[in-house]
Design a protein around this ligand. Structure first.
Ligand SMILES: [Zn+2]
Length: 300
């Protein structure tokens, strides 16, 4: 059983505190992972305005106890408090992540902006987000990122075209079943897609009384010897209040014989035989426990 851990870092708090906590837990077990970091302004507070626009958002915030998980400060960044930049913290943190044997990729520049505005953004606007993120990445690691994970699983023909033009090796922008070449209407992306295949903790937590331990038991039961899986975790959650549950999950997965891979390594494996992968449509769809719509792989 093979499992790819995709770790999204959305906020300055997650970057400064969640990432080192996760490095400790992963390092002690010799588990490699892929980190995707937002490097622009932490505008988390602006996400609060989704309450007025997005069906299911308030319900999700209350169910997952978001104010206590993220902290009041983070909840006001970009509104009552100025949005701090995450990038300046990167030179002090990212080299240590790489030295520990993990992969680092990009999770956009301004997470909230990408999440809320991507569908309306043209090529130039998306390119500015990605170029700003790459500049910050390069300043920290001396090279550009090869992997990209879209904030909030928001992906369009335009964003894929920018990523392809900027020569990323792969992206993990969607939810789905397995690796594929994505098609947006008539447009087929030339960029390999490695979708998240499992639900996330914030989606299921509190849903019908689901606790973190129940969530991780569900993930263990979904591990499949025939099909590698990709699990998205968050530095703010599994690297924060749910760190102990996550550590227990790693131990149980190890006991069951699961092995862990970095998404970038898997991408290089798959790119050896590009013709073996299917072409699939991408459609915006709803997932249980997630507010708003996300980009989904459509399988026949
Ligand atoms: Zn995110």
């Amino acid at each position: 059983m093979r499992l790819g851990l995709k770790i999204d870092v959305d906020t300055l708090g997650g970057f400064r505190e969640g990432v080192p906590a996760l490095l400790e837990v992963l390092g002690r077990r010799g588990v490699p992972a892929s980190f995707y970091v937002s490097l622009g302004p932490d505008n988390s507070g602006r996400a609060i305005f989704r309450v007025f626009r997005q069906e299911g958002f308030l319900e999700k915030m209350l169910r997952t106890r978001a104010p206590s998980v993220y902290g009041l400060r983070t909840m006001f960044y970009g509104t009552l408090l100025p949005a701090p930049l995450i990038g300046p913290a990167a030179p002090g943190i990212l080299p240590g992540v790489v030295a520990a044997g993990h992969e680092v990729g990009l999770h956009g520049f301004d997470h909230v902006r990408w999440h809320d505005r991507l569908v309306k953004m043209g090529f130039g606007e998306v390119a500015r987000e990605i170029d700003a993120a790459q500049e910050s990445f390069r300043a920290a690691l001396g090279r550009p990122a090869a992997g990209f994970a879209a904030p909030g699983w928001q992906s369009t023909a335009v964003s894929r075209a920018v990523l392809a033009a900027r020569r990323f090796r792969y992206a993990s922008d969607t939810r789905g079943e397995g690796p594929y070449w994505p098609r947006f209407g008539a447009e087929q992306s030339s960029l390999l897609e490695l979708p998240t295949t499992l639900p996330t903790l914030d989606e299921l937590l509190g849903l019908q009384g689901c606790r973190a331990a129940d969530f991780f038991r569900l993930v263990l039961n979904r591990l499949n010897p025939k099909k590698p899986q990709v699990l998205t975790i968050h530095a703010e959650l599994e690297g924060g209040p749910f760190l102990a549950d996550f550590a227990r999950f790693l131990d149980m997965a190890g006991d069951r014989g699961a092995t862990f891979f970095r998404l970038g390594d898997w991408a290089e494996e798959l790119l050896q035989a590009p013709g073996a992968l299917p072409v699939c449509n991408v459609a915006m769809g709803r997932l249980p426990g997630r507010a708003g719509r996300v980009a989904c792989q459509v399988t026949a």
